[in-house]
Ligand binder design. Structure first.
Ligand code: ARG
Length: 565
């Protein structure tokens, strides 16, 4: 693809002795609107060197540059040298690029030979996969796709909450009140009920807490019965979680949860000891973080059992040794900010330089319009139900819109689930938001269905044209809305990189809304299937480029792009 910005820098570098090409590249701006050109070079900083007014410097440069290939005009406007890219050359460059790359348009190989771990979802065994988990699941999956697309070797890890004192409680509760058949048939709600009952009863009988601690200790020591029950709870829960992942179309490379590190902790604690990091506090081992204005990290309780944070430290060390990651990313809610700050610091204090390659990617909280979703009280909105309801509603809408659609059920699934994912990925991840059925399932505005519909519309135009779209085209036939659309399409590779740099998939989401909107403007402003074959061919190529870009963008978000809707 032609790099017009670089060309601008080259042209200018020949005219300005005091600045090199890279310095000039950094100074080049993108004007806020197109009548100021595609690229602008500000002359204000040169005023001192040249001892001339910026406006005069710009005018002199414009005169010197004259007519150059690749640009339709070069102008001075108030101290800026404005460059207008030649539309024909531009259209040729971008359309050829999309034609050549197709489903990999927008990708890069910048990440080759580098491993990025994306840890996300990570629900807790025996607890519901609720609406609060949707964000980590959807954001994490999109990030993994984005890093893949940029050529990184990615590893997706589901750090299941499958260990800890709560399993002691669950074992006690199951042994006292549990029925095996009920757990088998309806695992999560049954286990949840047992967990809630444990807390209710323990309020009157606090000795239950001791019993639970004892059972967890047994589990840690490899007791047969404890292990068998724990394994069973884990299996039945994971089976339920996988139903949700299937609906989303998500797979993980690893389900190494907290329990995976249970036998890897003693070595880590030894290492901390060797490095003189541990202090004793009321019989427990802590790392004092006062110096860094943080509460201490509790590494080992007085009864010898380990904690969530200990397992995170052991996990990170394991991952470094096993995967030699370039970046180790954790997509976890902002409630856990302190937790991650604490243990990243502990890793650093252990002398591991790579502590700085561990990145917490936090996100805001989800509130529910109807109330809370605390697992203790049992008022939970299950994610599976949200998705099912989304699909049901979409099916109704699709039946009204296009009852003859052959694979209506399949499309309704792609659109309904896509709608939920898209809305999750629309806002800056750090923002808190309120989940609302209405907003999720709204089919107008800047939503998933709108973008998917635009894609299907492009597919339908291409189908109707029934003509092979080639890149052998008279590009000078393109103008107006077609060029604006192509200018948006051209941004895609940068958008993907920016999304990775900020670990912010919403940059991609908002971008494909732009592409869809520009495509629809083009579609309404420009008849495509016209009689003149050359014009038709050129316009179809633009439709094709828009279609590919939207499809690739949706794929990064983990959303399907049906060809008919
Ligand atoms: N299981 C935890 C929860 O649901 C999230 C785990 C986050 N990941 C981590 N490495 N600590 O709150």
């Amino acid at each position: 693809m032609l790099d017009f910005k670089k060309q601008v820098a080259e042209i200018l570098a020949g005219k300005i002795e005091d600045l090199n090409e890279n310095e000039i590249l950094e100074m080049i701006e993108i004007p806020p609107n197109s009548d100021m050109g595609d690229y602008a070079f500000p002359c204000f900083r040169l005023a001192k060197i040249f001892r001339k007014a910026p406006n005069m410097i710009a005018q002199d440069m414009v005169n010197e540059i004259g007519k150059v290939e690749g640009f339709s005009k070069v102008e001075n406007a108030g101290g800026y040298v404005n460059f207008f890219v030649d539309n024909t050359m531009f259209a040729k460059s971008i359309i050829t690029e999309v034609f050549n790359k197709k489903e990999s348009y927008g990708s890069s190989d910048m990440g080759s030979d580098k491993t990025v771990i994306v840890e996300y979802s990570s629900p807790n065994i025996a607890k519901p996969f609720h609406i609060g988990h949707i964000r980590t699941t959807v954001i994490g999956h999109a990030l993994k796709n984005i890093y893949d697309f940029l050529g990184y070797d990615t590893v997706s890890i589901n750090h299941l909450g499958d260990y800890g004192t709560q399993f002691g409680k669950l074992i006690v509760a199951f042994k006292a009140w549990g029925v095996e058949k009920e757990v088998e048939e309806n695992p999560i709600p049954t286990l949840l009920k047992l967990y809630i009952k444990f807390h209710e009863v323990a309020e009157e009988k606090p000795e239950l807490e001791d019993e639970a601690r004892l059972w967890f200790k047994k589990l840690e020591e490899g007791d047969q019965e404890a292990k068998r029950l724990w394994q069973w709870f884990r299996d039945v829960s994971l089976k339920e979680f996988k139903k949700v992942y299937d609906m989303f179309g998500i797979e993980f490379d690893s389900y190494a949860g907290e329990s995976f590190y249970s036998d890897k902790m003693p070595a880590v604690i030894d290492e901390m000891n060797e490095k003189n990091l541990l202090e004793e506090s009321k019989g427990a081992d802590i790392v004092n973080l006062e110096e860094f204005n943080m509460p201490p990290a509790l590494i080992r309780k007085s009864d010898g059992s380990t904690l969530y944070i200990t397992r995170d430290i052991a996990a990170a060390i394991y991952r470094k040794n096993h995967y030699d990651f370039y970046k180790n990313i954790y997509v976890v809610g902002s409630q856990q900010n302190l937790h991650f700050q604490q243990w990243f610091k502990v890793i650093e204090l252990m002398g591991h330089e790579w502590a700085h390659d561990c990145i917490h990617v936090p996100f805001g909280m989800v509130a529910l319009e109807e109330g809370t979703m605390s697992t203790r009280k049992g008022r939970v909105v299950f994610l599976e139900d949200v998705l099912k309801k989304a699909v049901e509603k979409t099916t109704e809408i699709m039946k009204e819109k296009n009852a003859n659609l052959e694979n209506l059920e399949e499309v309704a699934k792609a659109v309904g689930i896509g709608a939920v994912m898209f809305q999750e990925l629309s806002n800056n991840r750090i923002k808190d938001y309120t989940f609302s059925w209405d907003r999720t399932l709204n089919f107008e505005g800047e939503t998933g269905p709108y973008v998917q519909y635009s894609h299907a519309r492009a597919c339908s135009v291409l189908r109707k044209a029934d003509m092979e779209v080639t890149s052998n085209i008279d590009f000078s036939l393109l103008d107006g809305a077609a060029i604006s659309l192509l200018k948006t399409i051209e941004l895609f590779p940068q958008v993907v990189k920016e999304a990775a740099r900020k670990n912010e998939p919403s940059i991609v989401t908002r971008y494909i809304v732009d592409v869809a909107q520009d495509f629809n403007s083009f579609y309404h402003a420009t008849p495509i299937l016209v009689d003149d074959e050359e014009t038709k061919k050129a316009r179809l190529a633009v439709v094709y480029a828009a279609k590919e870009t939207i499809k690739n963008g949706l794929a990064l978000l983990g959303i399907k792009a049906p060809i008919k809707m």
